[in-house]
Design a protein around this ligand. Structure first.
Ligand SMILES: Cc1ncc(COP(=O)(O)O)c(C=O)c1O
Length: 361
């Protein structure tokens, strides 16, 4: 069986170190925030090249906290791509704001920057691009479009830990606020829910620090209506160990993606274009006869996934919400897209097996 992702195998060398640290926490009884969370925040902001990092409970909360920190008027508009995970849109609604969709580029996983311009109006207060599948959006180009308008950029980096823009600057240091999910299956994943936010803006950092902790810095002094969205201390231990391996694992993903790019040559399979320094959280191919391919992969013992089978406007919850707007490039991904294994520890033999099977489909 070619597994889609094998977290146990990926981390097994780290387990003794993690368990030692966790046993110490059991002894100390220091279960909320504390030194391990602080250490992870410092390590992560160093890793990204940002001034501040703030752990929180998950990637959805990270987005919500970032939006709430801006203190915008109700129903202010937030532009997002129409192909992303539901959380990108939900966080906006949960912050009492309004999501506005823009399609992704043709055969690319990221937002069409030229079309952003057509959706900007007086109510637009945030642009929230998503580095989907690990492919990096050109944040500088978005800044140029905004010019002097007071519009914030919050980039959803849930799938792009360690990715860099074309100039070599790391994701997490490019926008006003950057948010990460640390869900187990991500390139950097905890053993449960977790998230982190980065920024260079001290004022926003201090507000977000309160928002994640029930509006409080000092016990019983609640200055804002906040959330209980702290990064769990035990998860911080896991993440501290895993962060030191991230760059190596991202390189392995890139090598597999290069192989797929070069060697998958079946005319029935279309490949997406990723940004130069993508970290390939997913490797997505497009196939017209997707159901046939699914049957074939099952028979060949190759696991697969969908990211995502519904674009945002196609989700049941949003029926009627985006009126009759069409987002053809996103719909292509939801209809024909299929994610193939890109576990960083796939062996050469396993990668060749996947390639050969796909080429004889
Ligand atoms: C693009 C994107 N945004 C947001 C999220 C939400 O993160 P979480 O599941 O940690 O809440 C995810 C991950 O699931 C994601 O892939």
């Amino acid at each position: 069986m070619i597994k889609f992702l094998d977290i146990y195998n990926q981390d097994k060398n780290l387990h003794p170190l993690m368990i030692k640290d966790i046993r110490n926490i059991f002894k100390k009884g220091d279960f909320i925030l504390g030194e391990h969370v602080k250490k992870f925040e410092n390590k992560f902001s160093n890793f990204c090249g940002s001034k501040f990092a703030l752990g929180c409970a998950n990637g959805t909360d990270a987005l919500t906290i970032a939006l709430k920190a801006l203190n915008l008027k109700k129903n202010s508009e937030v532009i997002i791509p129409s192909m992303t995970y539901c959380s990108t849109a939900f966080s906006i609604i949960n912050a009492n704001l309004k999501p506005v969709l823009v399609d992704v580029d043709f055969m690319k996983p990221t937002i069409n920057i030229d079309q952003i311009m057509q959706k900007i109006n007086k109510k637009t207060k945030v642009i929230m691009p998503v580095h989907l599948y690990g492919s990096v959006v050109d944040i500088k180009k978005i800044r140029n479009i905004i010019q002097k308008k007071k519009i914030y950029i919050i980039d959803d980096c849930a799938q792009a830990h360690g990715a860099k823009d074309n100039k070599g600057k790391k994701v997490g240091s490019l926008a006003d606020i950057s948010t990460f999910s640390l869900y187990p299956g991500k390139n950097l994943g905890a053993y449960g829910d977790a998230g982190i936010i980065t920024t260079n803006n001290k004022k926003l950092y201090l507000i977000m620090r309160k928002l994640r902790n029930l509006g409080s810095e000092i016990k019983f002094k609640h200055e804002l209506v906040g959330m209980n969205s702290r990064l769990d201390t035990l998860q911080a231990v896991i993440l501290n160990h895993k962060l030191s391996k991230l760059s190596k694992l991202n390189l392995k993903r890139k090598k597999i993606a290069d192989d797929y790019d070069k060697k998958i040559n079946n005319k029935k399979i279309l490949k997406l274009t990723y940004s130069k320094n993508s970290v390939y959280h997913q490797y997505v191919i497009l196939v017209k006869k997707r159901n046939e391919l699914i049957k074939y992969l099952k028979k060949s013992n190759i696991q697969y996934g969908f990211h995502y089978p519904y674009a945002i406007h196609e989700l049941q919850v949003f029926k009627g919400y985006f009126k009759s707007e069409k987002f053809p490039n996103s719909e292509m991904l939801s209809k024909y897209g299929i994610s193939i294994p890109i576990d960083p520890n796939l062996t050469k033999k396993q990668i060749s097996y996947v390639i050969n099977k796909l080429n004889s489909f």
